[in-house]
Design a binder for this molecule. Structure first.
Ligand code: DSN
Length: 414
């Protein structure tokens, strides 16, 4: 992308963007929630649509001059409906947590009981953590993964639901590597009279490529961010059954938000258009193949993979299997030009700021064109760095190799 005007006008900001661009080009990104957008998505985000105010919805705006904004919002809605087989879509949520806030706002009253997966078992802050608005405003009961399999035990979920009788059950997670039994969640929710809410922020891009199962056709309401595996701009959307359309739309605006970010809506439409193409299905398949290769390589090298593998784009590795904690691994790999995020493991004995695990993900490196052979090389570097964590020379050597290697896999938007 050409930044000529920015360069001429504001050197301070231009230089930071250039530096970040270089960092992205020269380093390996393994943060499971990150990806690289296309130039077309980036151009839409940088468009004049950012100049407009359009509170309301297509054909029902509180400002004049929105005929063209209506067109773009409708394109985004129609493409999202097609991608996910959704009855109703709201493309205005600004990001994942605000989207989840709007869902709770649409379906619940403060103090209502909700079931969500515990954060250190793979859930998200907005699924009921006590320091998050969700845990403060609603009466969350947290379910856990099974302590032996580290997978969700649907019989345990059922027992808890029968005991607690929640008004809503939340499924879909941030650090859980297994397929989710949406149908069983739906059965349990029906049994106790609860709403079903899926947060598919992490796996949306794999769901649209039909590599993972889709909760949208039978869950009451589903939220997703648009920037992770879906490879769109930062933002979110909510999908629901037609019968909940009004309450969901009202919860987003005027309930939670003001004017939608129309430039981001346009970029969402572009990303959804890309996700409808056959190439995106190939991408989704490769993301999972790469993650499964990565998990296998870690296991071969003696690392303990939580739940013993992965069905999606991510995995959490218990670093205590190598006598090191997740925070130290994150810092060591940063020195080598490899970005990862520390993560708790189920029933983590260590605190969240210095947890036992590291979460690894393959969406970003797959966008750059890396396949199984490159994944093996990446794991080799990670293992070497961990083994030689106190050896500055070895770490520097890996960083040089990583830089040389990364430059061979261009980033679409850099
Ligand atoms: N921060 C995102 C992630 O890394 O999973 C979720 O909000």
């Amino acid at each position: 992308m050409d930044y000529t005007n920015l360069k001429n006008q504001d050197q301070a900001v231009f230089k930071t963007i250039e530096k970040e661009k270089k960092r992205q080009i020269n380093e390996i990104e393994l943060i499971a929630s990150e990806n690289y957008v296309s130039l077309a998505v980036l151009e839409a985000m940088g468009s004049v649509l950012t100049n407009k105010y359009s509170e309301g919805y297509p054909d029902h705006r509180y400002y004049g001059g929105n005929q063209i904004i209506d067109l773009v919002e409708n394109i985004a809605i129609e493409r999202a409906k097609k991608l996910f087989d959704a009855e109703h879509v709201n493309v205005q949520p600004l990001s994942g947590s605000p989207a989840n806030a709007a869902v709770y706002f649409a379906f619940l009253k403060p103090g209502d009981k909700v079931m969500g997966l515990k954060l250190d078992h793979g859930g998200h802050l907005s699924h009921g953590h006590p320091i998050n608005f969700s845990g403060m405003l609603y009466d969350f009961v947290q379910y856990e993964v099974d302590s032996k399999t580290e997978k969700i035990d649907m019989e345990a979920v059922r027992k808890l639901a029968l005991k607690e009788k929640p008004k809503m059950i939340v499924a879909g997670y941030s650090a859980y590597s297994r397929e989710i039994e949406w149908d069983k969640f739906k059965e349990i929710a029906d049994e106790v009279g609860a709403f079903t809410f899926a947060d598919i922020a992490h796996t949306a891009g794999l769901i649209v490529t039909k590599k993972m199962s889709n909760p949208v056709p039978f869950f009451d309401v589903v939220s997703t961010t648009t920037h992770k595996t879906l490879r769109g701009p930062r933002g979110a959307m909510i999908m629901c059954k037609e019968r909940y359309a009004k309450q969901v739309d009202r919860a987003v605006f005027p309930g939670m938000q003001g004017g939608p970010h129309d430039h981001i809506t346009a970029a969402k439409a572009v990303a959804f258009g890309e996700a409808l193409k056959p190439e995106f299905a190939e991408y989704g398949e490769q993301v999972i193949k790469n993650a499964q290769t990565m998990a296998k390589e870690f296991k071969n090298r003696g690392y303990r993979v939580i739940s013993d593998g992965t069905d999606n784009h991510l995995m959490v590795i218990d670093m205590t299997s190598k006598d090191i904690d997740g925070k130290t691994v994150e810092a060591v790999l940063e020195k080598c030009g490899i970005s990862v995020s520390r993560s708790t493991i189920p029933n983590d004995p260590n605190p969240p700021m210095k947890p036992s695990g590291v979460r690894f993900g393959t969406p970003a490196i797959t966008t750059r064109g890396m396949k199984e052979v490159e994944i093996k090389k990446v794991v080799e570097w990670i293992d070497k760095a961990i083994q030689n964590r106190d050896n500055k020379e070895v770490l520097k050597g890996i960083q040089i190799e990583v830089k040389d290697f990364s430059q061979k896999f261009p980033i679409p938007s850099a």
